[in-house]
Design a protein around this ligand. Structure first.
Ligand code: BGC
Length: 332
């Protein structure tokens, strides 16, 4: 065949090839775009299909019920379903089991309290690997693949307590401390912050640290034991929500004079005891706000934005002179 004939055959073949290549590129591009759109709507726009599991430290603890309340209100706005679960009594192994179950039940997202445990971290990482975002709340689990933390700066709150106690005591006296448990990370951090401040004052001494296991009854028993052993204790600090009230019970039972009590959180009874000048002051956290913010952050994430790693909710102190004005100058 002559060159001219070849040219007549090749030109349409090349044109056809070019057209096919163009179509192929176009449809790959469209598929890619479609996949991106799907990514953006899933699972966020599944609305009430989005199942969030919130695992508490203790099911009926007022503080965790407040977190639940905040989370539930916010979840309702986005049409998410919230399942609130937790151990009947404080029990970290149960928290681990519940996290495992939540993953197996194919939750779309999980909110947990950090418990500083390797198995727990492994499960958080497993969830992340499966595309289930996990947000820590109240206490962080920093070495895991959790998406973000929402809660108090626990070490900072401990320091704040140290500063308040140092001021109230005139930088002098013996202190008894009640924590929920030394293995509970937020307590360890609050205590570390507190110690770092108290250790600056040579005449302030922490003489004893005991555990309440977030039970008011145990706090009362342990405070009583502490006061029997060290009757010279002038200041007692409770680092979890029910400790201050437990300490107050013990102090009233013993008829202790001159004992100043420093509490955490704002149970109605704690606020009343402050008004009645039976408890010196309390550092108030924002459990409801933690729940709400965690859900909002989750919703933003599911919509495609990347959350900041740490969201610290504010704490503020309430003492007798500010107890009528919770929104006063003491917020930080
Ligand atoms: C702590 C929580 C704890 C609660 C117990 C709060 O101060 O932040 O971790 O569950 O007290 O009552």
């Amino acid at each position: 065949m002559s060159n001219r004939k070849w040219t007549f055959i090749l030109i349409p073949v090349l044109l056809l090839f070019g057209w096919l290549l163009f179509q192929f590129t176009l449809s790959s591009f469209q598929i890619h775009q479609f996949a991106e759109q799907l990514k953006a709507v899933s699972p966020k726009d599944r609305g009430s299909d989005t199942k969030v599991v919130l695992i508490s430290q203790e099911l009926d603890n007022y503080y965790w019920r407040s977190i639940e309340q905040g989370a539930r209100k916010e979840a309702k706005q986005y049409g998410m379903r919230l399942d609130y679960i937790g151990p009947d009594r404080i029990n970290p192994s149960e928290q681990i089991k519940l996290l495992d179950k939540a993953i197996a039940s194919k939750a779309d997202a999980i909110l947990v309290q950090g418990i500083n445990d390797p198995e727990y971290r492994r499960l958080i990482n497993k969830a992340a690997g499966l595309g289930i975002p996990v947000i820590t709340i109240d206490t962080d689990e920093p070495d895991s693949r959790r998406l973000a933390y929402v809660g108090t700066d626990n070490e900072g709150a401990g320091k704040q307590m140290g500063v308040l106690l140092a001021k109230a005591s005139g930088e002098h006296g013996d202190i008894g401390v009640m924590i929920s448990n030394e293995r509970v990370e937020n307590q360890r951090l609050r205590l570390a912050g507190f110690r770092s401040v108290i250790s600056r004052y040579p005449n302030l001494h922490i003489v004893e640290i005991r555990s309440s296991n977030i039970s008011r009854l145990q706090a009362a028993q342990q405070a009583q034991n502490m006061l029997t052993r060290y009757p010279q204790i002038r200041y007692m600090v409770g680092f979890s929500a029910l400790d201050g009230l437990g300490i107050l019970e013990a102090s009233e039972r013993r008829g202790a004079q001159n004992l100043q009590i420093f509490a955490f959180d704002d149970m109605a009874e704690t606020l009343k005891a402050i008004k009645d000048r039976k408890i010196e002051l309390t550092i108030v956290q924002q459990p409801e706000e933690m729940g709400a913010k965690a859900i909002k952050l989750l919703n933003d994430y599911l919509k495609g934005s990347h959350p900041q790693e740490l969201t610290y909710t504010r704490v503020y102190e309430v003492h007798a002179d500010t107890s009528d004005d919770k929104s006063g100058d003491d917020r930080r």
